[in-house]
Design a protein around this ligand. Structure first.
Ligand code: NAI
Length: 253
């Protein structure tokens, strides 16, 4: 039993993870731009600093785990905003909470995506991982929504793996999940967008297990990965996508 903070906890996957952890007797604080225990805007440096202070105050310094589910989809026209929320809203929040996570020997679960390995602009990934924020925003604005989205997800996952050893040395166990197509307000917004809707229908029909994901699929895995039963799982990216990644990249691990 412990206290968990779930970014994006007001909706979709984050909400399902919060409800699952609560049902197991934990205290869960949602952090979101709206309708949350902690209201904060993760798209700005100031908002992230406020979020870190608010988490410290609301938890009293006790934090068993952090889940970073706040994110924007590829349909959002402002590419810099997708970049800010999906990448900086994840890695800068984790980095800012690092001392608190270390004191508590906490677990961190990043909500990435099974689109993380998809083709994108390698310069965009480099700019993100090297902390060159202005270049990352400039490149994002020249790109289509999908490679910006998948690029942010590839970058958060690589950031997690690059930092796994150093964080583990402080007792922080980080893992990521890569949801496949999951019916939530975010995916429905893309599905309802006429630019994407026909392609999305075909995409859903091609999922090997024969159905789209539901938020509870992610919540069940999150519950396990955050628990002590997963104590030897560290730095892993778990695809939860009905077999889609294996179908699309059969020769890759
Ligand atoms: P959702 O739209 O239901 O939830 C996302 C949450 O993030 C919302 O509550 C929203 O208010 C919050 N958020 C957005 N901007 C924010 C900001 N600036 N500050 C604080 N909170 C902010 O979406 P869903 O589908 O639950 O997505 C959750 C995560 O799962 C996202 O990171 C998404 O990229 C990822 N994902 C979703 C998939 C899907 O098919 N639904 C597939 C793969 C990954």
């Amino acid at each position: 039993m412990g206290t968990y903070v779930i970014t994006g906890g007001a909706s979709g996957i984050g909400l399902a993870i919060a409800e699952q952890l609560r049902s197991e007797g934990n205290r869960c604080l949602s952090l979101d731009i709206q309708e949350a225990d902690i209201v904060a805007d993760l798209s700005t440096a100031e908002g992230r600093t406020d979020a870190i202070g608010a988490i410290e105050a609301a938890t009293g310094g006790e934090l068993a785990g952090l889940v970073t589910s706040a994110g924007l989809g590829s349909h959002v026209p402002n590419k810099s905003l997708i970049t800010s929320v999906n990448y900086y809203g994840t890695v800068e929040l984790i980095a800012g909470l690092r001392p608190m996570l270390a004191r508590n020997k906490a677990a961190v679960l990043l909500v990435s995506s099974n689109s993380a390995p998809m083709p994108t602009n390698p310069d965009f990934i480099s700019a993100l991982l090297e902390g060159n924020e202005q270049q990352a925003f400039a490149l994002a604005e020249e790109m289509e929504g999908q490679p910006v989205y998948s690029g942010t997800k590839q970058a958060v996952t690589r950031w997690m793996r690059q930092n796994t050893q150093a964080y583990a040395a402080e007792g922080i166990r980080m893992n990521a999940i890569g949801p496949g197509y999951t019916r939530t307000p975010l995916s429905m917004a893309v599905e309802d967008d006429p630019t994407y809707s026909e392609a999305i229908k075909q995409f859903i029909a091609s999922i090997p297990v024969g159905r789209p994901g539901v938020p509870q699929d992610m919540a069940d895995a999150a519950s396990f990965l955050l628990s002590d039963r997963a104590g030897f799982i560290c730095g892993a990216m778990l695809y939860i996508d009905g077999g889609h990644d294996a179908m699309m990249r059969p020769e890759s691990l």
